[in-house]
Design a protein around this ligand. Structure first.
Ligand code: MN9
Length: 290
């Protein structure tokens, strides 16, 4: 069973938007030294939806070759097209990933039966534990405990859910209606709340530079030091509030670049960080310790 803090890994790009392999290695080593418990590779944070399938496969390959077997790794393989998701799932399996995850197919407002079939196809192709990526704000499909239960009953490979939603009650319902399920909290700004509703861990983008803080928060929560966990969450929320204002991924890349890991730009149509955003990031770096 997986648990703890998993970094949803960013993808450093060169100025021509190709993957910056040197920075990727630095970013991974920095995260491992921060004590994170695993990596979620090729998800929203990696800008996977702005990459071609061959680039997504290359990213999975690069990350696995750098990390090896040091921590568990989940490959996100979700795509609008089942064929693409299956191809990525096979790649993840062949590379030795521990599990796959997939966002529901989007854009065409697929019906529930189509979504279920997509998940079954992904599970069969991957032949690995599958984590459903529930991200209703991003793709319009909201997973309920009833739907999750019917998917989990259809194939024993379903292992968990990455729950990127503010519906905290749903975490409790997933945990209580499906035996042995692993639930990861998805919004870092409510990490502690998610843990207190039964989440086994958290997967998030801000852990790229705040891994140490959230590992400490997780350990504090587990050992019953709630005051410490609340303090860590409160400060993280102050930081994330600023990031949400100027662009979460752009701010994360800027912070890490200032910390010495050249992260480059986000892919278009993401806009570059504004001058005001850059100043706000500098201010964050001067106020908090990472
Ligand atoms: O992977 C991330 N979700 C998305 C999880 O980016 C959609 C979160 O870590 C958020 O970036 C973060 C800021 O809202 O909580």
């Amino acid at each position: 069973m997986m648990n703890g803090i998993f970094t949803a890994l960013l993808t450093p790009f060169n100025d021509d938007y190709s993957i910056n392999e040197k920075s990727l290695e630095k970013l991974i080593e920095f995260n491992l030294s921060s004590g994170v418990n695993g990596f979620y590779v090729g998800g929203s944070t990696s800008e996977a939806m702005l990459m071609r399938v061959d680039e997504r496969k290359r990213l999975l390959e690069l990350v696995k070759s750098i990390v090896g077997s040091r921590v568990p790794m989940i490959a996100h393989v979700g795509a609008i097209s089942t064929i693409d998701a299956e191809e990525l799932a096979v790649k993840a399996k062949n590379l030795g990933y521990d599990a796959v995850s997939a966002v529901a197919p989007f854009y065409y407002s697929f019906g529930l039966d189509a979504v279920k079939q997509y998940y079954l196809d992904v599970a069969k192709s991957a032949d690995l534990p599958v984590y459903i990526y529930n991200f209703p704000a991003g793709n319009g499909f909201g997973l309920t405990a009833d739907i999750a239960k019917s998917i989990f009953e259809s194939d024993s490979r379903f292992a968990g859910i990455k729950h990127t939603s503010n519906d905290l009650f749903a975490i409790r319902q997933f945990k209580d209606s499906i035996e042995n399920i692993t639930v990861f909290n998805g919004y870092d700004e409510i990490c502690l709340a998610g843990l207190s509703m039964g989440a086994d861990g958290a997967i998030g983008s801000t852990y790229n530079f705040m891994g140490k803080r959230f590992v400490k928060l997780y350990n504090s929560f587990k050992s019953g030091n709630i005051a410490e966990a609340e303090k860590l969450q409160k400060e993280a929320c102050e930081i994330i509030t600023v990031m949400c204002k100027y662009g979460v991924f752009q701010c994360e890349k800027e912070i890490l670049t200032l910390m010495g890991i050249d992260m480059g730009p986000c892919r278009k149509p993401f806009l570059p960080l504004s001058d005001e955003g850059k100043a706000a990031v500098k201010d964050i770096l001067s106020k908090y310790e990472f």
